[in-house]
Write a protein that binds this ligand. Structure first.
Ligand SMILES: *[C@@H]1O[C@H](CO)[C@@H](O)[C@H](O)[C@H]1NC(C)=O
Ligand SMILES: [Cu+2]
Length: 236
């Protein structure tokens, strides 16, 4: 019995680690840039405080010098997986009932290899659809962890960080229970556009009590009109 219990303990802790995930890879208009311009987090553990610096680009990242080329009006793709370096489509991108929205932000910066934006605008989001009963994270899992987003055509050229985020809400019915998984990618946008859209600050954009962050997702009535946290999407 004792060995059964300890084996169960190992199984349970292994499962909860497997459920954690990281946005790891980046594609520019269909070209696989792998993790070359990703500020990879040191672990796949979530950030749970919306008010610390960790909410910007995760809790400690590996420095990287590459800046991926991006063209305004074309698509970029962010790719999430559970384990570092594992791009297998047979493993869920984010499992363990880690349901929630998937959001992509960009922020302008002088040098994407060293700087961190003070202002972020949202270019894409998927919350919950009562019709399909799918969360953004379900769609990620349906697409082997990939989500493609159009970089607005009117965006001004220059260095930016792309901030890809999944928020797991399986334990979000108490404050501090939501789990934030984000990675920042270093990019340079080529563009004939001129727009510098208004943005929000991290920390600051989210509150622990936002309706999309403090929520019981097991109650159909509370997710029927799910409100994704942060500002409105800017599409250019
Ligand atoms: C490009 O991104 C948009 C979302 O901004 C998406 O609807 C579209 O399917 C993407 N196109 C491709 C080819 O992935
Ligand atoms: Cu988790």
């Amino acid at each position: 019995m004792k060995s059964f219990v300890s084996a169960l303990g190992v199984l349970v802790s292994a499962t909860s680690v497997v459920a954690h995930s990281t946005f790891q890879e980046f594609w520019s208009n269909g070209v696989d840039e792998a993790s070359s311009c990703a500020r990879l987090p040191l672990s796949n553990s979530p950030v749970t405080s919306v008010s610390t610096a960790d909410i910007v680009c995760n809790a400690g990242t590996k420095p990287v010098t590459t800046i991926c080329p991006v063209t305004a009006g074309q698509n970029i793709t962010v790719e999430m997986h559970a384990q570092p370096g594992d791009r297998s489509c047979t493993n869920l991108a984010i499992g363990g009932n880690h349901y929630g929205p998937v959001i992509v932000y960009m922020g302008k910066v002088d040098n994407a290899a060293s700087g961190t934006p003070t202002s972020w605008f949202k270019i894409d989001q998927e919350g919950y659809s009562p019709t399909t009963k799918k969360w953004g994270t379900d769609t990620l899992n349906d697409n082997c962890g990939k989500r493609s987003v159009k970089v607005p055509a009117t965006l001004a050229p220059g260095n930016y960080l792309v901030r890809a985020e999944a928020i797991a809400l399986h334990a979000a019915s108490s404050a501090g229970g939501a789990q934030f998984y984000m990675t920042c990618f270093q990019v340079n946008v080529a563009s004939i556009g001129t727009v510098n859209p208004p943005g929000v600050a991290f920390p600051g954009a989210y509150k622990a009590t936002d309706p999309g962050i403090l929520i019981n997702i097991y109650q159909a009535s509370s997710i029927a009109n799910y409100v994704v946290p942060g500002p409105a999407v800017w599409t250019g």
